[in-house]
Design a protein around this ligand. Structure first.
Ligand SMILES: O=C(O)CCC(=O)C(=O)O
Ligand SMILES: [Fe+2]
Length: 305
């Protein structure tokens, strides 16, 4: 494939807009500006020139024209599956399509998640204190990525309070959700794959709580298929209650600790659930040190609209 270009050959390549590649001193790729340039390089540096597509194929690089310029490779996923997922984790099946993966997220993973929420959520239009339809403030701060959800406007208002579109669900979260679902599927049949395009982020302080409710504002298709909600807990422990009816006497409860991941899909997708209590200062010192989270609990729910 190596080729020194003669005049006619060079003109042909130039017309085709082909690039030249100097091989004897490392890698140089660039458009050839003139015939002399090639002759000069060929004569004095004894470089060998080959056509760019051939060179790119040899180097295993894509040959098609690049799209709009980007510094970050859009196909690159940091290996969050390895760095966010603990090797020692155990699980508890809580019902059909409902499973708790305990101590699932590494301290590093938890720190990365908090960091993302800080970067994308702590700004004008970000975390706020939502109100329920009767006008009372919920006992938490909330922000959303992907699509905007609010207890009053549901998914109807696509804008944050400052009128801006919410930031996209971070790619790491989407990638992480895939890993979580695969692990849940190893224990349960009833957990269909979902690709989150909504992330609701709640922060509860010491007196935070969340009343019994269902997550039922996603599309009818998503609900009908039982696409799971993935709930991530970071920081102080919460007492989480759940049940198949609103009947307070029939509720079960479970502790959600820092690094736990709860999945509810399939037949449990429309489970009633809420946060009864936050156990202040219960986060392990090591996690607190890694995440630097303020006192309280951060919860993220990943959902597919
Ligand atoms: O904080 C939690 O564990 C639950 C959050 C929740 O149910 C919600 O955001 O809809
Ligand atoms: Fe919920």
């Amino acid at each position: 494939m190596n080729k020194t270009l003669d005049d006619r050959g060079f003109m042909r390549y130039l017309k085709q807009g082909v690039f030249t590649l100097g091989l004897d001193v490392g890698l140089e790729i660039g458009p050839t500006r003139s015939n002399e340039d090639v002759v000069f390089k060929g004569a004095f540096h004894r470089r060998q020139y080959i056509t760019a597509p051939a060179a790119l194929i040899r180097l295993g690089l894509p040959t098609e024209k690049p799209g709009p310029f980007t510094l970050i490779d859009p196909h690159f996923f940091p290996n969050v599956a390895r760095s966010w997922r603990n090797t020692e984790t155990c699980c508890e099946i809580l019902g059909p399509g409902m499973i708790l993966l305990k101590n699932y997220i590494t301290p590093q993973g938890q720190a990365d998640i908090v960091d993302k929420c800080q970067k994308l959520g702590v700004d004008i239009g970000g975390f706020y204190e939502p109100r329920n339809p009767s006008g009372d403030k919920l006992r938490l701060h909330m922000t959303c990525f992907g699509r905007n959800w609010d207890p009053v406007t549901k998914y109807e208002n696509p804008y944050r309070s400052d009128g801006s579109d919410p930031p996209k669900v971070p790619r790491e979260f989407i990638h992480f959700a895939k890993t979580v679902i695969k692990d849940a599927q190893a224990h349960l049949d009833d957990v269909p794959l979902m690709v989150p395009d909504v992330c609701v982020v709640n922060h509860y302080s010491s007196h935070g709580r969340l009343g019994l409710h269902q997550d039922r504002d996603e599309s009818s298709d998503s609900l009908r298929k039982g696409l799971p909600v993935i709930s991530i807990s970071i920081g102080d422990t919460a007492e989480f209650c759940y049940g198949h009816t609103r009947d307070e006497n029939k509720l079960e409860s479970v502790f959600l600790r820092s690094g736990d991941v709860l999945i509810f899909g399939g037949k449990s997708r429309l489970i009633f659930h809420g946060v009864k209590k936050i156990y202040i200062m219960s986060v392990p010192e090591q996690i607190n040190y890694a995440t630097k989270l303020i006192p309280g609990r951060l919860n993220l729910t990943l959902r597919q609209f």
